[in-house]
Design a protein around this ligand. Sequence first.
Ligand code: NAD
Length: 370
Amino acid sequence: MTNGFRVGDDLGPAKIIHVHEPGLGLEAVLVIDNVACGPSIGGLRMAADVSTEECLRLARAMTLKNSAAGLAHGGGKSVLRGDPRMPRARKEQLIRAFAHALRNERDYIFGPDMGTDEACMAWVKDEIGHAVGLPAVLGGIPLDEIGATGWGLFHAAEVAARHLGLELYDARVVVQGFGAVGRHAARFLATRGAILVAASDSQGAIVDERGLDVAALAKLKNDGRPLSDSAEGRKVDRDAVIDVDCDIFIPAARPDIIRDDNVGRLRTKLVLEGANIPFTPGAEKFLHERGVLVLPDFIANAGGVICAAMEYSGLTQMAAFQAIEEKIRANVEAVLEAVKLRNVLPRDAAIALATERVRSAMATRRFGII
Ligand code: NAD
C-alpha cells in the first residue's frame, strides 16, 4: 500500500534507509519493518539483482517469523548490490562501509543470509560492535554445523505426528535438498526410528524404500560430493523424489519447487517446510483440501533464527537447542489448535498468531496502536 509518501501498512515498515557511496560503488538498503517486540534481527543479503521491494518483503517476513517464534526481536532485512563471489578484499570493503554507515542504527542486528557468511558478520561486528551468526571465536554458534533448523523441524514433526496419529518409528521420510537443513532433519528423525527413503540435491536423487544410511549420505555431502556418488539406493532424476510415496515430505532446497503443476504428484501425510516458501499458495491449499498437513516455513524452520537470537543473548549451544525445542513445540501446538478450531489453512493460522503477537507488543508502546 502507498499514499504517495509512505509505503506499507499498519505494521510497518518503521524505517527504510538507502545507503549510497558513489565513490565506492556501494548501493545498499536497510528496511526495519517493526520493532515492537524488540530490536530487529534479519540477514544481510548480497546479490547482483537485489531491490528495495525485495528488502521490504523480506523484512516483513522476518517480523512475522521472529514474532511467531516468540522472540524478543522485531523484523528487519538489509540488501547490498553486488556479486557475492567478488574478490574477498572488495567484498570486505563494501560490507564494512555499509555497516559503518549504519553505525548509529540501534534497531537492527545484522545476520548472515544469501551471499554472506560468518566471516562477513565478523567484519560487521568489528565495525559496529554487534551482529549474529558470528564465528565461534567471537561467541558465535555454528547453526548449520550443529543443525539448529533441522532440530526445530524434528520437534515440529513430533508434535504434528501426534496430532495426525502418525508414528515416527518407521515413518518414511523424503528430503528434497540434502543440505544443512535437510540432512540434519533426516538425522534427528532417524534417532526416533524414521526411515529416509529418498533424498535429492541439485544434481540428482537417490531412492531406497528399505531406507538410506543418513550418516553415510551426510558424510558424502560434507566432503563436497553429490548424492549421485553414493553407492546406495537407486539413482533417479532430481525431481523424481516428488513421486516417492512417504509419510513426511521435507522440502529443504529452494522457493516455489512445489507448484500447481506438480503438487498432484505428492503422496504424503505431512509436509515440513524446511526451505522458505518452497510451496506456492495454490499448492498448500490443494494439499490442505486433501487432508495433508503442511506446516509453514516460518513456524517449522525457525530453529535457525531462534539459535541466532540465543547467540545474541550470549547463551550456549545447549541452551539454544533447549529454546528451539520449547518454542517450536509450543508454536506448532498453537497453530494446530487454531487449524482445528477455525478450520483454516495452517499458514493463515500462523500469520494470525504472529500478527496478533506483534499487535499486542505494539499496544504496549508509547505510541500504541489505533
Ligand atoms: P544448503 O545450500 O546447505 O542446502 C541446499 C541443498 O539443496 C543443497 O544440497 C543443494 O544441492 C540442494 N538443491 C538446490 N536446488 C535443488 C533442487 N531444485 N532440488 C533438490 N535439491 C536442490 O542450504 P540450507 O542452509 O540447507 O538451506 C536450504 C533452504 O532453507 C534455503 O531456502 C534457506 O533459505 C532455507 N533456510 C535455511 C535455514 C538455515 O538454518 N540454514 C533456516 C531457515 C530457512
